[in-house]
Write a protein that binds this ligand. Structure first.
Ligand SMILES: N[C@@H](CCC(=O)N[C@@H](CS)C(=O)NCC(=O)O)C(=O)O
Length: 203
């Protein structure tokens, strides 16, 4: 059975919880408290020397890290990955977009605001993240104006990767009211079978 090392309010961890739930794959869920720096302890660093969750333990001493790589691994031979070279590349395009142009702005702001709960301490940094975060949201909104899902009108890991931090973007101080296509897309995902919310505990 897979073992997922994770932290409940992490969007990167949630990507994996959501896909595992929708694939109906049982797994052991192990909480790693990032606020107590459990990710910096030597025992955890043997699993991921980069000191970050999520980590998927596939078998004894076989650990996979980086949320979007884990999504890719789990989605092979399922409907969550298209299996067509053009559409596969588009899924990868959105996974990289999420990590480079979306997560560093929206997830980081949310981390400072609701996980560390330090709005005053991070006020200046939060301001600097606004432009990049809204830029990512505008790109997503334009893409979704004529589409139901990100790639090939099919619900894939590209949607899951982008959903994780977009649906809680308001917790990072980003207002989604002027992004109607994003809001409809979020709603479509929430109607999918075996959807679980970010706070869902598996053990
Ligand atoms: N690129 C990585 C980012 C993972 C990441 O930033 N994890 C955070 C929680 S969301 C973490 O473990 N932080 C704890 C730490 O840095 O000590 C991924 O997508 O998995």
């Amino acid at each position: 059975m897979y073992r997922l090392y994770d932290f409940l309010s992490s969007g990167n961890g949630y990507k994996i919880r959501l896909l595992l739930s929708q694939l109906k794959i049982p797994f052991d869920w192990i909480e790693v408290d990032i606020l107590r720096e459990e990710t910096r302890k030597s025992e955890f660093l043997t699993k991921n020397p980069n000191g970050r969750i999520p980590v998927l333990e596939i078998s004894a001493n076989q650990y996979l890290v980086e949320s979007n790589a884990i999504l890719y691994y789990l989605s092979q031979n399922t409907s969550y990955f298209p299996h067509d070279s053009w559409y596969d590349a588009q899924v990868m395009q959105w996974l990289f977009f999420e990590q480079y142009s979306h997560e560093p702005y929206i997830a980081t702001s949310r981390y400072w605001l609701i996980i560390l709960n330090q709005p005053e301490e991070y006020q200046r940094e939060l301001e600097k993240k606004k432009q990049g975060g809204y830029h990512a949201l505008k790109i997503m909104e334009a893409h979704l104006q004529t589409r139901t899902f990100f790639v090939n009108e099919q619900y894939t890991i590209a949607d899951i990767a982008l959903y994780a931090y977009t649906h809680v973007a308001e917790e990072g101080g980003f207002n989604l009211r002027s992004f109607p296509s994003i809001l409809s897309w979020l709603n479509r995902i929430e109607q999918k079978p075996d959807y679980v919310p970010i706070t869902h505990r598996f053990s």
